[in-house]
Ligand binder design. Structure first.
Ligand code: FVH
Length: 295
């Protein structure tokens, strides 16, 4: 008998998730608020449920992937008989508090609840490079594990239901830092006069930004060790020196009419650290301003 799965939510990500299961021969039942989005999947053999309740009843493993937690709370049935023997895996982006709240609600209704965070775009779902974080019911995760492997590489972070959301948001925060840095970098590079004005964003990013940043990414392992050991001794790039470079970036951005919104926050952090007497430290020492340390 073919394995079965139900999917609630057929946005860009839900369609990719459902397609991955269909491609692996799963009997796949889907539900979406707007019916039209189900059409490409029903053509590939998916069964269309007419309500979320019908979709949950169709399979023991139910995957939810909606826009936000409010949408999840809106569509989840409140009748516990629907949830008998069900494992609900919610891959909707949300806060750790929202994950914990949905865990309480769904567990009280009698189902096993696992919350997830997808660290991938729809195009790579189904490949090992698609990392998906999970936390919550260990039994639920173990029951679902071999099916979740269809979607990518699973990483179970423990029984605290909010852990996957916390790591999801932490990683996305890093990604947005990179994007905002890249946008500022391109804007500044294109603000010049002379030959550089002819440089396209594509040329600048591929020939200069990516090779430069790749070297910096490799250095992050060392930065992480400094943070863990709380030893910020620099191997040559101290904060006082880096602050001057950042001040030059801010000054030049202002002269060139480029927004300083992305660069000013890091200037503020370095200024504070240098004022605190940490001018001889490495960049890792700004972590001291970002977190209330436990233990
Ligand atoms: N797409 C991506 O790159 C990222 C990758 C990482 C994970 N995220 C998260 O995945 C969740 C879904 O994202 P999505 O890309 O599928 O989002 P949309 O294409 O905008 O589809 C949204 C679906 O949610 C349904 N929906 C919205 N509000 C309601 C509601 N009140 N009641 C019922 N359903 C609702 C919407 O239905 P419809 O508009 O088609 O009727 C779509 O199915 C998300 O948490 C990302 O952060 C994706």
């Amino acid at each position: 008998m073919s394995p079965q799965v139900s999917l609630i939510g057929l946005g860009g990500m839900g369609i990719a998730l459902a397609s991955a299961f269909l491609n692996e021969g799963y009997k796949t039942t889907v539900w979406n608020r707007s019916l039209a989005k189900a059409e490409p999947l029903t053509k590939k053999g998916a069964h269309l449920a007419s309500t979320p309740t019908e979709c949950i009843q169709a399979s023991q493993l139910v995957i939810v992937c909606l826009l936000d937690s409010k949408a999840v709370n809106d569509i989840l049935p409140k009748d516990s008989s629907v949830f008998l023997d069900r494992t609900i895996v919610n891959l909707t982006n949300g806060t750790p508090e929202e994950a914990r709240s949905t865990f309480e609600i769904v567990t009280a209704l009698g189902a096993k609840y696992v919350h997830g965070g997808i660290m991938a775009v729809p195009a790579i779902i189904g490949q090992p490079v698609a990392i998906i974080l999970y936390s919550g019911s260990k039994d639920g995760f173990q029951l679902a594990e071999k099916h979740l492997a269809v979607l990518g590489t699973s990483k179970f972070l423990g029984v605290e239901p909010g852990s996957a959301s916390l790591f999801d948001l932490a990683l996305l925060g890093g990604m947005y830092g990179l994007f905002s840095g890249a946008m500022h970098s391109v804007a500044l590079a294109r603000s010049g006069t002379g030959d550089t004005t002819k440089t396209s964003a594509t040329e600048f990013i591929t020939e200069l930004f990516i090779p430069f940043i790749s070297g910096i990414v490799a250095y992050l392992g060392h930065v992480a060790k400094q943070i863990d050991e709380r030893d910020y001794a620099t191997e040559g790039s101290n904060l006082a020196m880096q602050l001057i470079a950042i001040e030059n970036i801010v000054k030049t951005s202002e002269v060139q009419g480029v927004s300083t919104e992305m660069i000013k926050p890091i200037q503020d952090l370095l200024q504070q650290r240098v004022a605190d007497g940490a001018g001889g430290d490495d960049i890792s020492s700004i972590i001291e301003l970002m977190t209330a340390r436990k233990g």
